[in-house]
Unconditional design. Structure first.
Lengths: 453, 213
């Protein structure tokens, strides 16, 4: 039940001076708490100590770490934190017990909401005076927030958590001895104290929200400096975590209160609890085991495996189990999709080639229209003139259209059409050159109206 | 069976989008309760209970059962009559898991009544420190009462771990994801143990006499 990790963090520096190895310290402290909670528990089996070691290994607990566990166990024995006693049992040494008692005594008076309130007030004041430059702010973060406020905030949460664990244990103990009305009174008085402490702590944590608000409103925030934004994020993380943990303790207090309220329902049911215990006793006495075999688990620990048969008066616990096995897998969803004998193919389209073909087609159409217009122009001229200089017309069209393909194709087409219409086409050896572009030239072509002869 | 072969329309008043997941959980044997891990499913059932009850009754001849306890309310699917039910797949909890569930129920109500979080080590310690039950648990799991050794502890630890895994599957217990240790919470649906064995517990004195004869 006890969260040794938090305790270790709390006394990190002091612990590391006495027990340099982090895991050893945690295991020893954890074993000490087990003996403290249960006065009859004076020693441990090797398996119990191995289990504790596994819990505090920094590496992934799922992987096979039997070698590391064994090494850690030998280290604890070698450092005289634990010692073997009779019947293959292991106990904490006197030194370990004294050391752990020392730490435990320091934990109990830790919860101090008024102290954290003052600390947060101081931190707030120093923050206000350190917001001129980024350098000042970073100095405040390193020396006031990280070194002072953050550890104190954590300490208070741990202390409240510890108080809750202790109160749960105490109530469990009192449940066995006090009458139900006495127990309800006892629980309410003690629970009120925890609730009050939590309220005070929650109130004192309001200072955290002030820090957050100051950081949002300050001029440094408007500079969009990456370092400031990162640091502000770290501070807000600490604040959020503290709030989350406080909410967690509130939830646990509500659960304990609920359990206390539940006591009213069992106020006259002491005989029922006797029956409940007898029931377990009878069930255990009349359960038989068969087929005992030895097995080894993944960590190569030997254990017994038995089949058991419960007494006949105990009906089995039956639950509905009708969900599809593969509900969350693609196979389940395949039945809703297209039948497997249908093949879906995506048509690959070369859009660029289609566009080029379209442009080419449009240009050809445009050229044909221009050539038709040119022919109409020539025919119109031939109505009023006996002959025309086609070569000059050729250069005029070329200068206008700036497209050699149009004039070449046009010339071919127009001359063909004019011949069909019985116009005379005279070609001379005279070679004419375009005045505007010396690279273009054409034979001298004259078209004569046949009726003019 | 009056609804057999008739058309049935399920009309959901609130959050119909929760139906598929809630239905899947219920039909997987999961108990649904007002706990932070299940609150949306619980609210969905609360809002649509009459329609959902009729749906399971009409189509599967199975009952959507609400149960109220001091710890809270919970829902689960149960057979009216296994022979007539259209759902043929059921699961009986393994004998060792059933035994563990009874043991956990008793110690949770007698020794750990106020513990809001319990760890595997708490249970192992409870077994090892119990003068009343330890020898019988050893006899069942180890064949004979033995002194505590590594092999006895490993055997009991395995029993605890595998049973807790099974109880987690039907949402009788809950392991928080963000927990720093291996602690778990007992959920309201764990009270179903009492509902199942209530008659046997009340009649235990007579049962004891009949077994001794």
């Amino acid at each position: 039940m006890f969260d040794n990790e938090k305790i270790f963090n709390l006394f990190n520096e002091k612990f590391s001076e006495i027990i340099p190895d982090r895991d050893s310290g945690l295991v020893v402290f954890s074993l000490f708490l087990v003996t403290k909670d249960n006065s009859e528990k004076k020693s441990f089996s090797e398996a119990e100590i191995r289990q504790e070691i596994r819990k505090y290994l920094e590496s992934n607990p799922d992987r096979d770490n039997s070698g590391i566990v064994e090494k850690q166990l030998q280290k604890l024995l070698g450092q005289n934190f634990i010692e073997p006693i009779k019947d293959k049992r292991i106990a904490l040494t006197g030194y370990s017990v004294q050391l752990c008692s020392l730490f435990l005594n320091q934990i109990q008076p830790l919860l101090n909401p008024s102290e954290i309130e003052k600390i947060l007030e101081d931190v707030e004041k120093t923050l206000q005076s350190r917001l001129e430059t980024l350098e000042d702010f970073n100095h405040w973060f390193e020396n006031h927030f990280t070194l002072v406020a953050k550890p104190k905030i954590n300490d208070q949460i741990i202390a409240l958590d510890y108080q809750l664990i202790e109160i749960e244990k105490d109530f469990n103990k009192q449940f066995k001895t006090l009458s139900i009305p006495e127990l309800i009174r006892y629980c309410n008085v003690n629970l009120d104290r925890v609730v009050e402490d939590r309220k005070k702590l929650s109130k004192s944590f309001n200072g955290l929200d002030k820090l957050s608000a100051i950081l949002t409103d300050c001029h440094l925030n408007s500079l969009s400096d990456l370092n400031f934004i990162t640091t502000k994020g770290l501070i807000n993380d600490v604040i959020d975590k503290a709030r989350f943990k406080l909410e967690n303790t509130e939830e646990r207090i509500a659960q304990i209160k609920n359990n206390v309220r539940g006591l009213f329902d069992i106020i006259d049911k002491k005989p029922f609890f006797r029956k409940l215990e007898t029931f377990l006793d009878i069930v255990l006495e009349n359960t038989v085991s068969t087929n005992k075999v030895n097995r080894k688990d993944v960590e190569q620990n030997l254990y017994y495996k038995t089949d058991i048969a419960l007494p006949a008066f105990l009906k089995p616990i039956c639950v509905v189990n009708n969900s599809p096995d593969n509900f969350n897998y693609p196979a389940f969803y395949e039945s809703f999709s297209n039948p497997k004998n249908q093949k879906i193919e995506v048509r690959i389209v070369n859009k660029e080639a289609i566009q080029q073909a379209r442009d080419r087609k449009l240009k050809e159409k445009e050229r044909a229209l221009k050539i038709e217009a040119w022919l109409s122009e020539i025919l119109e001229k031939l109505k009023s003139q006996p002959e025309i200089d086609f070569s000059q017309l050729y250069f005029d069209v070329l200068d206008r259209e700036q497209d050699i393909e149009t004039v070449v194709k046009g010339t071919e087409y127009i001359l063909k059409k004019l011949r069909k219409k019985n116009f005379q086409i005279e070609l001379s050896n005279e070679f004419l050159i375009n005045k505007n572009n010396a690279n273009n030239s054409i034979w001298n072509i004259r078209i004569k109206n046949s009726t003019s002869n | 069976m009056e609804h057999t072969n008739k058309e049935f329309y399920l009309e959901l008043k609130e959050s119909p989008e929760q139906f598929a997941e809630t239905d899947f959980l219920l039909r997987s044997g999961v108990h649904i309760q007002d706990h932070k891990s299940q609150s949306r499913f619980f609210r969905f059932i609360e809002s649509n209970y009459p329609d959902l009850k009729k749906y399971y009754e009409s189509l599967f001849n199975i009952d959507l059962v609400p149960q109220e306890t001091v710890a809270g309310k919970y829902y689960f699917l149960d057979f009216f009559d296994e022979q007539k039910s259209k759902i043929k797949n059921k699961k009986n909890l393994d004998s060792k898991v059933t035994l563990f569930a009874i043991y956990l129920y008793v110690i949770n109500n007698t020794e750990l009544k106020f513990s809001t979080r319990i760890t595997k080590l708490d249970i192992l310690s409870a077994v090892n420190s119990s003068t009343k039950y330890k020898s019988n648990i050893h006899k069942i799991l180890l064949g004979i009462a033995q002194a505590d050794t590594e092999i006895t502890d490993t055997t009991i630890s395995k029993w605890i771990s595998s049973s807790l895994n099974e109880l987690e599957k039907i949402a009788w217990i809950y392991f928080p994801n963000n927990s720093d240790d291996d602690s778990f919470e007992i959920l309201p649906a764990f009270e179903r143990i009492l509902k199942i064995y209530f008659d046997a517990i009340n009649d235990i004195d007579n049962i004891k006499i009949s077994l001794e004869e």
